[in-house]
Design a protein around this ligand. Structure first.
Ligand SMILES: [Zn+2]
Length: 333
């Protein structure tokens, strides 16, 4: 993701928090830690959605990682894209491949493929759910500078999000859903570098926003997942999401907390992050939120490092996100 903007936001958040704590009290730092599951009452909510299988989502994450880094234009990228299409064809009503050529910040031509899987294509009442499927070409946040030009396996960023979508589609096929869902796997999200501006990221969603797969495509709202499989993940309420669709954020976070995932979905607002949801919202008018592993402590330690591999994927995190989103869509009026 796009740390330049975040750093600024973080700085102000830090400043605000510092001022509040400096002026109000001398509360020890430990009191500011995120709430733990044991501090919450047991959930009494009665779930209506079918079971999201975390083992299955883990397997779908592993399958993508096994191709190697899925860097746009590479053979691994092509093979993984074919696999994603074949999986969605098993479960969705229709699969569309949107192929195009775009340029990255230094003019390199990227052959991108956005993959769209439709469920109940004729339903007017629709929700868009999305994640990016490409791997970052450079581990430029790695503690070891020798790794800075190596591609990442991108298990969390964002094979995890694609895996949650495939597992959701598998489950939906087994229990009728009345609304329509469009799962979109965006390509070329992670080529960006802060020094080249925020638009150097999210090339696939920028293309899709300007060239929707169906003319005048609309959805009630959208939900983006980015890094939704990491161990000890915490999803703060991301700032742009709160601006675009606070009601959707509140609904998703409330649902997660009712299902018992209060340790993962935390009620702490964070700074804004430039991610695919920004382009979906601003280019199409579909208000879209981002579920992203980001808190006032920043991104997870494996972010944009060679450690973003299967060793940091936790089934509990995949379960929290997948079950929450299934409950959100099965309770959608
Ligand atoms: Zn990334």
């Amino acid at each position: 993701m796009k740390n330049k903007w975040i750093t600024l936001n973080n700085f102000y958040t830090f400043l605000m928090v510092s001022i509040i704590f400096a002026s109000c009290n001398n509360e020890p730092k430990s009191n500011r830690q995120l709430p733990t599951a044991s501090s919450q009452p047991p959930p009494t909510y009665r779930q209506i959605s079918p079971i999201f299988n975390a083992d299955s989502a883990f397997y779908f994450t592993q399958k993508q990682v096994d191709f190697g880094p899925r860097v746009t234009n590479s053979p691994e990228h092509k093979k993984c894209g074919d696999w994603i299409v074949s999986e969605f064809k098993k479960y969705a009503d229709n699969v569309i491949e949107q192929k195009a050529q775009v340029s990255n910040f230094d003019g390199k031509k990227l052959n991108i493929r956005n993959i769209i899987a439709e469920i109940n294509p004729s339903a007017a009442n629709r929700i868009l759910i999305c994640a990016h499927w490409d791997s970052r070409p450079y581990a430029d946040e790695d503690p070891n500078p020798a790794n800075h030009n190596k591609p990442i396996l991108a298990a969390d960023d964002a094979a995890s999000g694609v895996a949650v979508m495939i597992e959701m589609a598998r489950v939906i096929k087994q229990k009728k859903l009345n609304i329509g869902i469009d799962f979109i796997c965006f390509d070329a999200e992670d080529w960006g570098k802060s020094e080249h501006g925020e638009n150097s990221y999210c090339l696939g969603s920028q293309y899709w926003g300007a060239n929707r797969h169906t003319p005048n495509y609309k959805a009630n709202y959208g939900i983006l997942m980015d890094m939704v499989g990491g161990i000890n993940a915490h999803f703060g309420m991301e700032g742009l999401s709160m601006r675009y669709a606070e009601d959707v954020v509140q609904n998703v976070w409330n649902m997660a907390n009712q299902l018992g995932y209060s340790n993962t979905f935390v009620y702490i607002q964070q700074g804004g992050i430039t991610d695919d949801h920004k382009y979906v919202t601003t280019l199409t008018g579909i208000p879209t939120i981002d579920i992203i592993n980001y808190t006032d402590k920043g991104f997870a330690p494996h972010w944009h490092t060679v450690n973003d591999n299967m060793s940091i994927i936790d089934k509990n995190t995949l379960k929290a996100v997948g079950q929450t989103l299934l409950e959100v869509i099965y309770t959608q009026k």
